[in-house]
Design a protein around this ligand. Sequence first.
Ligand code: KG4
Ligand code: ZN
Length: 361
Amino acid sequence: MTKEPTILSIETSLDDTCAAVTYGRRVLSNVVSSQSSYHADWGGTVPDLAKRLHEQWLPRVVSLALKRANNPHLDALAVTVGPGLAPSLEQGIAYCKLLATKYQLPILAVNHLEGHLLSSFAQTRSGSRGLTNPVYPALGFLISGGHTELVLMHQIGRYELLGETLDDAAGEAYDKVARLLMLGYPGGPILANLAQSGTPRYPLPEPMTTRKDLNFSFSGLKAAARRYLENEKPSLTLKFTQDFAASFQQAVFKHLLTRFRRAIDLYSPRMVLLGGGVVSNVALRTLTRSAAREYGLPVYFPSNQKLITDNAGMIGIVASYKFARQEFTDPNKLDRLPNLNFAKASEPPQPATSNTSSSQG
Ligand code: KG4
Ligand code: ZN
């Protein structure tokens, strides 16, 4: 059996400064230093501030990740090259290049979205948990603050983008509506929490019900929320906020689930992989699982919360597969790719035959 690679990974695509050490699929350390309290006053990530904090924090975050993994011998370095905020990505890449020169290590360039997609494969330090028997094709459902995508995965490293958001991402809509309700930043988790105790009684409709494709749109829903609040000027009592949050969340879930079911009908996947920060939402996971169960499909998501939101452990998982394929990047050619995405599906969707609902993986 070949030895698994030990890799130090860096992730700075937005406003979390992250470093992790992995041994194959085992996550030995996973350090996340969140900048969110620094950006809170501005209600969103401030690019220059994010860049400066990444630069300041990276040396400490990296040395902590190495220390927590007992300072192992490294075989390679990995870094997120995109998608993300250009100034943030630049800092991670620059620091990775510095370390590569210092320690004479090869570099693996990683797509942040592939990180979220493969986050279910991550194992604990002792090698437990983590998806071990993948079956393909898999349907990836990525729901984060920057992206909302359905991805068809034929094998590790081969993906097709089936549908994506045409405007805001789902997490972004949560954060923006939370801001309208003056819930703080990032407000997504707070809004989701309030929604749990509310009754959906306000007129916030499911987006794009007439379009029969696999794309998403959340800006109309956000605008409807803003219009309602501006026109009705309700007092933001706890009861109102809970019910309004529940109304918003219900529309988001309906929209996500309509597209999710359609993708299963069209592409007959054999398993489902969930990834991205919004997958922290337990109610959403429950709904997704019960929809998938109707098709006999297993649903996987990361084994711990830290692997769901942005982190470098998931980057290390992708890197370990890239290492096996020897997909190293020349440091002189290593550059940020702020708009990186999976290639769009070339084939138009073929309607599945009627008895695919029982295909079990
Ligand atoms: O994947 P992630 O950490 O960063 C990006 O790559 O965007 O996702 C962060 C997003 C934020 O928009 C946050 O509000 C949202 O995930 N989020 C949630 C929940 N927890 C985090 N949205 C809804 N319900 C939650 N429980
Ligand atoms: Zn992310």
